[in-house]
Design a protein around this ligand. Structure first.
Ligand SMILES: Nc1ncnc2c1ncn2[C@@H]1O[C@H](COP(=O)(O)OP(=O)(O)O)[C@@H](O)[C@H]1O
Ligand SMILES: [Mg+2]
Length: 253
């Protein structure tokens, strides 16, 4: 069981021009096994919010909790996937996926088996010995996903993971992520500025606005699962939700 909770969270950064308010009085809960997306314009504090849950930042005020406990720092229980992939360039695909398992002290034989399973799952078995710079963007993000999921985390924190991919590759990876999640049901907090992506993937969408950088609306997404991108995105209901969030975001700017 893993729930995430933000309680009146505020985060300010010091800069030469004075304090920057990155997140202002944000409260929400992500229930166990829930898939929640955060959408909002650039600079509204999405990445900061994820970094707070990753334990990479501490709140200036308020509390960030996992299962009711204050987050004290990074933990392998909360895996992060980045837009820029953040792979280890000097490690092979296998070495990247093995990273978290090495840190956890998983014995070599078991590690190898689990890594091979993940490489199969994300369709990279033939590229186990390749280096990141030999891979396409889509393949790199499959490595990023496999690396995050290989440690069997309780929580997946994803920061615009498909934002750097072309539209077609993005659609393929979205559908792969849906399949994986429907299989495993990890608690997910997913940041995107793509409204359609948020609606396709999530149980709930938190809409953030700029100035103040806060959650200004929460939208429950009622579409049945399993979901199929192409079909769902052409339904009138999907168009209606998209417009509702779009109108709300426009009003915020
Ligand atoms: N390390 C930092 N130092 C100073 N300001 C920062 C830092 N990180 C983010 N900010 C500022 O905080 C605000 C929110 O940033 P961020 O969380 O990256 O938003 P988003 O991911 O939605 O684009 C922005 O105004 C950004 O410039
Ligand atoms: Mg960001």
């Amino acid at each position: 069981m893993t729930t995430l909770r933000a309680e009146a969270v505020r985060k300010t950064y010091r800069s030469d021009a004075g304090d920057v308010i990155a997140v202002d009085d944000v409260s929400f809960t992500v229930e166990d096994r829930e898939f929640v997306s955060v959408v909002g314009p650039s600079g509204c504090g999405k990445t900061t919010l994820l970094r707070l849950f990753a334990g990479l930042e501490t709140p200036t005020a308020g509390r960030v909790l996992v299962d009711g406990e204050r987050i004290e720092g990074p933990s392998p229980e909360r895996a992060m996937v980045f837009q820029s992939f953040n792979l280890f360039d000097w490690r092979t695909v296998r070495g990247n996926v093995a990273f978290g398992l090495e840190r956890q002290g998983v014995p070599e034989a078991e590690r190898r088996e689990r890594v091979d399973d993940w490489l199969d799952t994300v369709g990279l078995a033939d590229f186990a010995d390749a280096y990141p710079d030999e891979l396409s963007g889509g393949m790199r993000q499959r490595v990023g996903l496999a690396r995050a999921l290989a440690v069997d985390p309780d929580v997946l924190l994803m920061d615009e993971p498909f934002g750097a991919l072309d539209a077609q590759t993005r659609a393929v990876l979205q559908s792969e992520l849906l399949d994986l999640w429907e299989d495993r049901r990890t608690t997910v907090l997913f940041v995107t500025h793509d409204i359609e992506e948020a609606l396709l993937l999530s149980d709930r969408v938190l809409v953030m606005g700029a100035a103040p950088n806060a959650v200004t609306r929460t939208v429950d997404v009622p579409f049945e699962r399993p979901r199929h991108g192409r079909e769902l995105e052409t339904t009138p209901a999907f168009a209606e939700y998209r417009r509702e969030i779009w109108d709300h975001l426009r009003g915020e700017q």
